[in-house]
Write a protein that binds this ligand. Structure first.
Ligand code: ATP
Ligand code: MG
Ligand code: FE
Length: 358
């Protein structure tokens, strides 16, 4: 069965074709990826310091058809070979979601194919199955992206339980806001991570919010405010006039920020594993590309006897492959039938666990 996946929830237009045949025969899941094409609008939104929803929708309209053609060409596949169309139904920007869902439904109607609406976070959290080391169910998913920070208990495809989440900023949002404070372009997660590598640990005492709280929730807005306080203090001291002092200030502050954020994410993941008795952790979402977080989780896994599974780095941020893959897995559970009607039914706000399979 070949599934077309379409992702348009925010500022990436992603298309992909996933074939379940080899996977159903026991081959590694990533071998089912027949083709993929991705366009990121990052450069377009950069000058505004964040995503402009209307610009995002219009760009998805421009990109989606050429990207489908590119995907088909790469896969050496005809439209007639596609069995079903999976699209991101939510959560995300309403206008952006509408482009993907309208395109998916029109195409499916023309080709008389079933459609399946996919929860964007389900795409993220199943993507580690496409990695080299495949996690066994049940596992804990640490989902850290631009809009979400959640710990989920994943008992199977379509079986999710939310254990904890952020009460304010998402981890990716904290990265992006901190990047802005340090004069880096949007989205600054990867740039902060690179800067932190050059910095010294321990120069700044930044908070580790909710580290010792009994629950599995997070809060990152205070951490960003603490970074702002340090920036203001440094500017008031006149330190910014010296270029090399400014550079090491930025690197050291980035390092302390990453250290604090990673410490909280690792500690809450350990707690979730302990509470549930799970021995497998998967990392998913854009912040899952972060080197420091990956290495801290690997170290903790060795010490605390759990295994950590990562998606391929290029599948951490938004892409069409994760939607095609989640669509394919749901299709297999659903006897290959449609889960959505012909009507527009995007869900800009949508809890993942409310979409569980019975
Ligand atoms: P959501 O999935 O919650 O709807 P999103 O789709 O916008 O949000 P993703 O594409 O999963 O989010 O991830 C984007 C986020 O990941 C951005 O905040 C970005 O800064 C962050 N990010 C990307 N690479 C890295 C990295 N190496 N280190 C830290 N953060 C990173
Ligand atoms: Mg994005
Ligand atoms: Fe995402």
């Amino acid at each position: 069965m070949i599934v077309l996946g379409i992702e348009t929830s925010c500022d990436e237009t992603g298309l992909a074709l996933y074939d379940t045949t080899s996977w159903e025969n026991g081959a590694p899941a990533h071998q089912g990826i027949l083709g993929q094409a991705l366009h990121t609008q990052m450069a377009m939104h950069r000058e505004y310091g964040g995503v402009v929803p209307e610009l995002a929708s219009r760009d998805h309209i421009r990109r989606v058809l050429p990207l489908l053609e590119e995907t088909l060409k790469q896969a050496q596949c005809q439209l007639s070979a596609i069995h079903s169309v999976a699209y991101t139904q939510g959560p995300g920007l309403a206008g952006a979601l509408l482009v993907g869902s309208t395109f998916a439904k029109s195409l499916a109607q023309g080709l008389r194919l079933p459609t399946i609406g996919i929860h964007h976070l389900e795409g993220h959290l199943l993507s580690p199955l496409l990695g080299e080391s495949v996690p066994q169910f049940p596992f804990i998913a640490l989902l850290v992206s631009g809009g979400h920070t959640q710990l989920m208990l994943v008992s199977g495809v379509g079986r999710y339980q939310l254990l904890g989440e952020t009460l304010d900023d998402a981890a990716g949002e904290a990265f992006d806001k901190t990047a802005k404070l340090l004069g880096l372009d949007y989205p600054g997660g990867a740039a902060i991570s690179a800067l932190a590598e050059k910095g010294q640990s321990g120069r700044f005492e930044l908070p580790k919010p909710m580290l010792h709280s009994k629950d599995l929730d997070f809060s990152f807005s205070g951490l960003k405010t603490a970074v702002l306080t340090q920036v203001k203090k440094f500017e008031a001291s006149g330190g910014a006039a010296d270029q090399s002092a400014l550079a090491s200030f930025h690197a050291d502050l980035a390092r302390s920020f990453v250290d604090s954020l990673v410490a909280v994410l690792v500690s809450k993941s350990e707690k979730a594993l302990k509470q549930t008795g799970c021995k497998h952790l998967v990392l998913a979402g854009g912040v899952g590309a972060n080197k420091q977080l990956r290495s801290a989780l690997t170290i903790s896994g060795k010490k605390n006897h759990f295994e950590v599974h990562y998606p391929p780095v290029e599948l951490c941020t938004d892409n069409g492959v994760m939607i095609a893959f989640a669509g394919a897995l749901r299709m297999l559970e659903n006897n290959n039938g449609s889960t959505t009607s012909g009507a527009f039914d995007i869900k800009p706000r949508w809890d993942l666990a409310s979409n569980n399979l019975s």
